[in-house]
Design a binder for this molecule. Structure first.
Ligand code: LER
Ligand code: MN
Length: 281
């Protein structure tokens, strides 16, 4: 397993101005940083890749469908916009040297219609994701689809549905990202969810139940560690939390209070805990 930290702890739009964070991330004991971007135009991927190399860090890449962008809309033009966005994200991940591009990539975060998903929407997700296969091969990137809790999406809420979607898409570079914050809300137990994902599990967001310091809440880390080891998971485990003092992030993630003494504590104390807990127990 490799350990990373998501840049949303510090900023809503990681760019060349944030490279001074990298030595700190390395010193805290991370193998890499997960860079989050919600637009890709003008993103200095080559300069960031060079700085990562200089600091002995790797990276993963993260984004989300937002606004009205959707892979499952009945409007072909809306689906096209979402596909183009994801293609640009995949290419950007490739330019960064990231092997994983993760996020909620079927329906936009926060879009709820007051009903459950339909079979037609599922089919459109499958076809849309399949159409990204050539871009994933060309950039040597794996797309990992993140189920979110019911308050953030109606489309993909559980690990079991994530696994079924991957079975239907049937592309070797498309898998599931499991986030323990969402799993803590939606799954019967986290270990069972991880075991049910099996080979489809390609990325992990290690988050406490309140998005505070991993290890400070009631997520069953012992169970998570046991399941990850049992399934032979050897991918990234990334701490994801959100800076409460960054207005656009606080608003998007509904962070209305401080979750820890500092952002650094979530990262630095979290990685110490996770390295021990997930490797040893
Ligand atoms: C993104 O990784 C995530 O977990 C979401 O809750 C963001 O809305
Ligand atoms: Mn997440």
């Amino acid at each position: 397993m490799k350990f990373g930290v998501n840049s949303l702890i510090w900023t809503a739009g990681f760019d060349a101005g944030h490279l001074s964070l990298l030595p700190q991330v390395k010193k805290m004991g991370f193998d890499g940083i997960e860079i989050a971007r919600f637009d890709f135009a003008g993103f200095p991927a080559a300069a960031i890749r060079e700085a990562l190399d200089e600091n002995g860090l790797e990276c993963t890449f993260c984004s989300a469908l937002t606004g009205s962008m959707s892979m499952v809309s009945e409007e072909a033009s809306v689906r096209r916009e979402a596909r183009d966005f994801l293609r640009r994200g995949i290419e950007t991940a490739g330019e960064l040297g990231a092997k994983v591009f993760m996020g909620p990539f079927c329906a936009p975060v926060g879009q709820l219609f007051g009903r459950r998903r339909t079979e037609d929407e599922w089919k459109r997700a499958v076809e849309g994701l399949q159409s990204l296969g050539d871009a994933l091969e060309a950039s040597d990137v794996t797309l990992t689809l993140e189920p979110l809790n019911r308050f953030e999406t109606y489309f993909l809420n559980t690990a079991a549905d994530g696994a079924r979607l991957c079975d239907d898409v049937a592309h070797p570079k498309i898998g599931v990202a499991f986030d323990t914050f969402h799993g803590n809300i939606e799954e019967k137990n986290l270990g069972g969810a991880i075991r049910a994902l099996g080979r489809h599990l390609r990325h992990v967001h290690a988050c406490e139940n309140d998005r505070g310091v991993p290890g400070s809440g009631h997520v069953e880390w012992r169970e998570v560690g046991a399941a990850l080891r049992e399934t032979g998971y050897d991918g990234w485990v990334v701490i994801e939390s959100f800076g409460s003092n960054i207005p656009e992030i606080a608003a998007a993630a509904c962070i209305w209070r401080d979750l820890a003494p500092s952002s650094e504590a979530i990262a630095a104390d979290g990685v110490k805990f996770l390295r021990k807990q997930l490797a040893d127990s």
